[in-house]
Design a protein around this ligand. Sequence first.
Ligand code: XBP
Ligand code: MG
Length: 270
Amino acid sequence: MLRALIFDVDGTLADTERDGHRLAFNRAFAEAGLDWHWDVALYGELLAVTGGKERMRHYVDRYRSDIRGNRDHVAASGVALQSPPQDPLDALIARLHATKTRIYTEMLAEGAIPLRPGVRRLLEEARAQGVRLAIATTTTIDNVSALLASTLGRQAEAWFEVIGAGDVVPAKKPAPDIYSYVLERMGLGPGEGLAFEDSHNGLRAARAAGLKTIITTNDYTQAQDFTGAQLVLDQLGEPHQPFRVLAGWHRLGGATYFDLSLARAVHGGC
Ligand code: XBP
Ligand code: MG
C-alpha cells in the first residue's frame, strides 16, 4: 500500500542547481575575495559530489593545488583561524558555506526559482487524499524552508511530516541514510513509500533504502544512468503539459501527467 511520497528537493521540486546554488556559490567566492568560479559545465561535473561543503572540498582537492594545504593562503582569504586542531580549510569551507546559504536563501525569497511542473498539483492531491509527505535531501534545511516558503507559502513546511536534510545524517546521497532516516521517523517500511528524484546519486540512495523511485530529469541529469527506477520522465507534467516517458514502467494507461492514481499503479507494479 502506498502511504507516503518522499521528495528530493534540488532538481526535483525545483531546478535549483544551475541558476540557484551555482550562482550563490560563485557570489560567496567573490565576497570572500577568492578567484574561484564555477561555470555551468564545471558545476555539472562537481554535482557528482553531493553536499555543498563536500563539493567545495572536492573542488579544492581536484583543482586548487594552490589552496590545498596552504595555510597562509587560506588565512589571507579572511578566515579567522580557529584554535588548533581545526583544519583551516575546514574553517574556510564552513564560512563560505554559511555565506552561500545566506545568498541562496535571499535569492529564493526574491522568488528566483519556481517549482517544476506538476509538483504543486501532486502535493495538493496527496494532501487531499491523506497520502503522507516527506523530504529527503542533501541540501541545508534553511534552503528547503526558503524554497517552500517562496513557492508554496510559509504554511507549506508543515505539509511535510518529516524533512530530512543536510547534515542530519553523516553520509549524504548516494548513501541510503537520509531515506532510511525519513522512513524510520515516519514509522514506515520502504514498501510503503515512493521516492521522487532527479539524479543518479539520488536514485542510488533511494534504491539502497529499498524505495521504488520515480525520476524526473533535468539538463544536468538527463544523460545519467537511471537503471532501477520504476519510471523516468522529463517532468511530472500537467494536464496541458504532457510528460515524456524516457524509460520504465510501460502500463501508463494513457496517462499524460503524473498523478496519485499513476503513483499507486507504478508503486503496485513490479
Ligand atoms: C543537492 C545537493 C546540495 C545542493 C547544495 O543534491 O547536492 O548539496 O547542491 O546545497 P540532492 P548545500 O538533490 O540529491 O539532495 O550547499 O546546502 O549542500
Ligand atoms: Mg536532486
